[in-house]
Design a protein around this ligand. Structure first.
Ligand code: NOJ
Ligand code: CA
Length: 537
């Protein structure tokens, strides 16, 4: 990262970009994105967009029961995505452009096709039996406890041959590793070492809050606030997750993971964590000895109001330990598209400005820089097990549609029919068209990213909310040494007058509509409907 950010780490001042490899760029005409495809788009990522790090969702050998989150070999590349040589080339080329590479680490479960599980299920006395979580049935033959899986159904499957159940909180093809077994811990830490030796700069760690389960695997209590309309098979949704998540002992493991990362200084650990603030904040470690960045998904759960967003940011800032660095996420491969969630393109522009001007590391999800909306997936084309098991309205396919590059067939993603349909809006919503349109969403992202690179106040400055603004506006100051910036975001569909005479005169450096710049009098100015401004003071 920039040398002028002395005292800061690359993962604090940089902007991350998540790539879902299946959906980014297909290089060999099979309709599925791959690593050479990502390689071919590095100039887009660096020169056109200007991000500092890419996170690649899993590209490891996998039967794809959960699209790569079911891993059959942690230390290889699925032929569908390329091979290790292609991965090495990608790392070398990314690094030569100053882009860091973050890979996905899926420690909680393997594929049922992983050699470890094949051995483990072979017999009760196999040396790897204890690498997974096996239990006898209850006397009546039912599963060992009442836990449900995230994608519906019970979290246990009976292996008839050996007469025991194994635990899987996702699909049955994702058996869960037993992290209470020291051999498992060693083998999984070695996976980190394997990828660090190949030059990766960080790991996004899947569901790390689940790594350790209650020692006695007690029943989860019912959730009194469960929505009444859950499908019958959604056992998980009807329970509180008292015994399967965020157990105290997990922190020992995260510390060991962090010590392993520290074998290659500056390697960043990012955790997928969903718990409430008080539990979540513990993953930074009591002394900063756990994760550098527990993912913060809170903004995604907020209604589109200035007040809710501000509260979420302020609560986070207040909960952070002194050494804790914030981060923000507005979209990923498990959530609906942000432009759909927040109500449309005008809101998505304000959301982009929010994400890229708050204090903390932003992660941009591929395609959000074009304002992609939820894909329309015909029922017979649903791929995602969550959509198949829990209903079409729950399918995550909607945010995994192919990246839209150009107004040509398949949007320039592939020469073949893609694994998920390209969205119908590709003819107008694509990289080439938006580059040529000065007012496009892509040009807004580019402008925000350039501005962030040029202003230390935005990259690393303090955050101070401004109280004296009308309802519907979220405004904050970012300051670093001599530099001060005001960000003012109108969350409403009506113009809002701002009067901040103490701030004097300012200069608009980015406007979400990309229609104005230049001097403004903070004592008397008006934000347009759905307008956000970054104003240098
Ligand atoms: C979280 C991942 O983001 C999601 O895509 C996956 O299905 C589950 N973890 C299980 O690995
Ligand atoms: Ca391909």
């Amino acid at each position: 990262m920039s040398n002028h950010d002395a005292g800061f780490h690359w993962w604090q001042t940089g902007v991350f970009y998540q790539i879902y490899p299946r959906s980014f760029q297909d290089s060999n005409g099979d309709g599925i994105g791959d690593l050479p495809g990502v390689l071919a788009r590095l100039d887009y990522l660096k020169e056109t967009l200007g991000v500092d790090a890419i996170w690649l969702s899993p590209f490891y050998p996998s039967p794809m029961a959960d699209f790569g989150y079911d891993i059959a070999d942690y230390c290889d590349v699925d032929p569908m995505f390329g091979d290790l040589a292609a991965f090495d080339r990608l790392v070398t080329e990314a690094h030569s452009r100053g882009i860091k590479v973050i890979v996905d680490y899926v420690p909680n479960h393997t594929s049922d096709r992983h050699a470890w599980f094949i051995e483990s299920r072979a017999s009760r006395d196999n040396p790897k039996r204890d690498w997974y979580i096996w239990r006898d049935p209850k006397p009546d033959g039912s599963p060992p406890n009442n836990w449900g899986g995230f994608f519906g159904g019970p979290a246990w499957t009976l292996d008839k041959a050996t007469g025991q159940y194994y635990l899987h909180q996702f699909v049955p093809e994702q058996p869960e590793l037993n992290w209470r077994n020291p051999e498992v811990v060693k083998a999984m830490l070695d996976v980190l070492r394997f990828w660090m030796a190949r030059g990766v700069d960080g790991f996004r760690m899947d569901v790390v809050g689940l790594l350790i389960k209650d020692a006695e695997l007690r029943d989860n209590p019912p959730n009194p606030n469960a929505p009444p309309d859950l499908p019958a098979n959604d056992i998980f949704g009807r329970q509180l997750h008292t015994y399967n998540e965020d157990q105290e002992e997990v922190h020992d493991l995260i510390r060991q993971i962090r010590q392993t990362l520290d074998e290659h200084p500056e390697t960043c650990g990012i955790g997928e964590l969903w718990g409430d603030l008080s539990r979540w904040v513990k993953y930074y470690g009591e002394n900063g000895d756990e994760l550098q960045l527990p993912f913060n998904f809170r903004l995604m759960g907020q209604p589109w109001t200035a007040e809710a967003m501000r509260r979420s940011v302020d609560d986070l800032e207040a909960a952070l330990p002194p050494f804790g660095w914030p981060n923000y996420v507005l979209g990923n491969h498990d959530q609906i598209r942000l432009a759909t969630r927040f109500g449309g393109q005008p809101q998505a522009r304000v959301a982009a400005m929010l994400l890229l001007t708050l204090r903390g590391t932003p992660t941009v999800y591929y395609g959000d820089e074009l304002g992609l909306e939820n894909g329309v997936i015909p029922p017979e084309k649903i791929q995602d097990p969550q959509g198949i098991n829990l209903g079409a309205h729950r399918t995550r396919d909607v945010s995994r549609t192919p990246m839209q590059w150009e107004n040509i067939p398949q949007a320039g993603f592939s020469s073949a029919e893609p694994w998920l349909p390209v969205s119908a809006d590709y003819a107008s919503r694509n990289v080439a068209t938006q580059l040529a349109d000065p007012g496009s969403m892509l040009n807004l992202y580019r402008r925000l990213l350039t501005t962030r690179r040029s202003m230390a106040a935005l990259r690393r400055g303090s955050y101070q909310p401004v109280d004296t603004v009308p309802a519907g506006v979220f405004a904050y100051l970012r300051a670093d040494a001599g530099e001060r910036v005001l960000v003012a975001l109108n969350f409403t569909g009506k113009p809002c007058r701002l009067s901040l005479p103490d701030l004097g005169q300012g200069r608009v450096v980015v406007a979400t509509h990309l229609t104005r710049d230049g001097a403004v009098d903070l004592g008397d100015m008006t934000l347009d409907a759905h307008e956000g401004l970054v104003i240098a003071l």
